[in-house]
Write a protein that binds this ligand. Structure first.
Ligand SMILES: CC(C)(COP(=O)(O)OP(=O)(O)OC[C@H]1O[C@@H](n2cnc3c(N)ncnc32)[C@H](O)[C@@H]1OP(=O)(O)O)[C@@H](O)C(=O)NCCC(=O)NCCS
Length: 173
């Protein structure tokens, strides 16, 4: 197992560091943001749903040595989003995911973070492929996937929900 719990990624405006338990309050602001939750057709998280989500990601980090990063805006030291990797066993690939508080949307932060995670996944972890499962119609997320270099592989239905599957292969392995 890889041990990268201290690994930080840095971009021009952002620090990406492994998610931790004490991020709960800042993450709760994201997952109770109605604009964010509309993308998932989901009500704002309850405290319990937030804890379950956070536990799942912390467990994933322990099991695989990587997972979701908390994204910190250098200028204010605030946690404004999450971005990182989740192993999708039924797809045999890692998913690149991202969620940002809506007051910081459309300034290129998700793209900046996702490009850093793509490079980490391909150059450091040497994963063969990345995918993003995006609810059909989520245009901002699709734009981020495209700007990262992913292309539409297929549209499919999973648990009754229509998804676009974006994917990209690691050209260096
Ligand atoms: C998806 C998400 C992370 C993008 O974050 P962000 O920091 O605003 O992303 P960026 O600024 O890097 O890029 C957003 C792109 O979407 C475009 N966009 C935003 N709203 C749009 C709209 N209504 N129609 C068309 N394009 C739109 C922006 O113009 C930009 O593209 P551009 O660079 O080509 O102009 C953010 O919208 C979010 O958290 N959404 C809710 C959660 C979510 O959907 N997560 C992904 C699940 S798959």
């Amino acid at each position: 197992m890889l041990h990268s719990s201290n690994l930080h990624l840095e971009t021009k405006r952002l620090i990406l560091r492994p998610m931790r338990e004490s991020d709960f309050d800042a993450l709760y602001l994201i997952f109770t943001d109605p604009n964010v939750m509309a993308a998932f057709d989901h009500d704002p998280f309850t405290h319990e749903q937030m804890q379950r989500w956070l536990n799942r990601n912390l467990d994933h980090q322990k099991e695989f040595g990587y997972g979701l990063f908390s994204v910190i805006l250098k200028e204010t030291a605030e946690l404004i989003g999450d971005c990182g990797l989740e192993q999708m066993d039924d797809m045999n690939a890692a998913e690149l995911g991202y969620d940002f508080r809506s007051d910081v949307w459309n300034q290129g932060y998700a793209t900046e973070a996702a490009i850093a995670v793509r490079d980490y996944a391909f150059d450091i972890l040497r994963l063969p492929q990345l995918i993003s499962l995006i609810r059909a119609g989520n245009i901002p997320s699709k734009r981020v996937a495209e700007k990262v270099g992913m292309t539409l592989a297929e549209e499919f239905t999973r648990y009754g929900i229509r998804y676009w599957k974006y994917s990209m292969s690691n050209k260096n392995i």
